[in-house]
Design a binder for this molecule. Structure first.
Ligand SMILES: Cc1cc2nc3c(=O)[nH]c(=O)nc-3n(C[C@H](O)[C@H](O)[C@H](O)COP(=O)(O)OP(=O)(O)OC[C@H]3O[C@@H](n4cnc5c(N)ncnc54)[C@H](O)[C@@H]3O)c2cc1C
Length: 361
């Protein structure tokens, strides 16, 4: 007995965007299940903001980011009847002969939207950021702050208003899939049967599909800083989304403007480290380390930490993004997309997953 046309496991950005596009395709008996509550902070999609940019070290990702910015996000904004992005310059800087060189090469054909500056000029343009004069800077005029929390809330409301079932506190423990459909085992012996299923389970995907290519789950910590500067200078439009790209792994710091009094956001983009169990309790945030990071990043004095956040990266080899049918069955689609940079791609990866789950070639 098939109860749903499609069940989506995971109500993070990728699961919700998949449900959005499936509904847009006329699929009606839809259910999104999540083991936690709406807006929980145990996975990767919580928090007020994210960066979108076309600055990437891979031309394919530059193209995908442009498609997200020119097609994906406008589709969500039109559906929700509100902006989900705050345009602001993006500036990536670092030693010109370091990893930044790949970004320069990959965006060479996008100079209509990007600009190269030396560190001194970049420091003049973004005076609140500590930009070494010997660095090279790449400015992205397509960048923006993504209003992540508003996007997640908006998608949940949009789906609920259209009769999509959103099941919270419902963990999928296992499933069997055949070309005829998918049976999912939930807690307390319940089952869900669906013609198709999409697994957008983030850091928990290997628990459901052990054959998944190896993923490393890394915990991140984020700080929100109160700096001694005019509020207007810290807001989107005046203050950029930014990243300092050093030479080594984890030598990558990024940040975002103040949004509605949040303070300036900054964190290390930790892409290497020991794997953590996503179900394990998080260790406390290292506030002194975050304060030191703020002081090293901003030219204005940091008065205090306004807030902190923990979050998970699910690292794939080469930071690859993958949306694919599970081997051997047309009924199951998996989304492996994080590596600390996939929120911006949600609207286009979700569209892809919806196409595959609708049996599109
Ligand atoms: C600190 C931080 C900063 C970031 N900054 C940026 C940025 O600036 N720009 C950008 O583009 N990206 C950024 N990212 C990355 C981006 O946020 C993630 O790639 C994206 O949110 C991943 O979404 P997801 O839907 O795949 O995973 P998740 O949001 O983790 O969703 C997976 C969901 O599946 C549920 N689930 C898992 N297993 C089960 C099960 N068995 N049963 C039921 N439910 C289950 C989980 O509860 C979870 O809600 C950042 C990430 C972090 C952590």
């Amino acid at each position: 007995m098939t109860t749903h046309d499609c069940v989506i496991v995971g109500a993070g950005i990728h699961g919700l965007c998949t449900a959005f596009w499936l509904h847009r395709r006329g699929v009606r008996r839809l259910c999104v299940v999540d083991q936690f509550d709406p807006g929980h902070d145990r996975g990767s999609s919580h928090g007020a903001t994210r960066i979108t940019r076309c600055l990437y070290q891979d031309p394919d990702l530059v193209q995908l980011a442009r498609r997200a910015n020119e097609h994906g996000w406008p589709a969500l904004e039109a559906a929700m009847g509100r902006p989900l992005r705050l345009p602001t310059p993006g500036v990536f800087f670092g030693p010109g002969d370091g990893p930044l060189a790949d970004y320069l090469t990959a965006t060479a054909h996008h100079r209509d939207r990007t600009e190269v500056l030396d560190g001194e000029r970049a420091g003049h343009r973004f005076p609140l950021l500590r930009i070494p004069v010997d660095d090279t800077a790449l400015v992205d005029h397509t960048a923006a702050v993504l209003l992540a929390a508003a996007t997640m809330q908006g998608l949940r409301a949009w789906l609920a208003d259209r009769g999509v079932e959103l099941r919270w506190h419902t963990r999928v423990h296992g499933f069997t899939a055949s070309d005829h459909g998918v049976r999912m085992q939930l807690g307390d012996g319940q089952e869900l049967h669906a013609g198709r299923a999409v697994l957008a389970a983030g850091a928990w995907l290997p628990q459901l599909v052990p054959a998944t290519a190896p993923l490393t789950v890394l915990r991140q910590q984020v700080g929100y800083f109160d700096v001694d500067a005019a509020t207007s200078d810290c807001r989107a439009g005046a203050f950029p989304v930014w990243a300092r790209i050093g030479r080594g792994a984890n030598d990558f710091v990024y940040g975002l403007p103040d949004v509605e009094g949040s303070g300036l956001k900054a964190a290390v983009h930790r892409t290497e480290g020991a794997h953590v169990d996503p179900d394990a309790a998080a260790e406390p945030v290292d506030e002194p380390a975050l304060l030191a990071l703020g002081r090293a990043s901003f030219t204005a004095p940091v008065r205090r930490l306004l807030g902190t956040e923990r979050c998970l990266y699910t690292m794939a080899a080469g930071q690859r993004l993958a949306v694919a049918r599970a081997p051997g069955t047309a009924a199951l689609v998996t989304i492996t997309a994080c590596s600390g940079h996939a929120f911006k791609f949600g609207p286009v990866l979700g569209e892809r997953a919806a196409a595959l789950a609708s049996d599109e070639a």
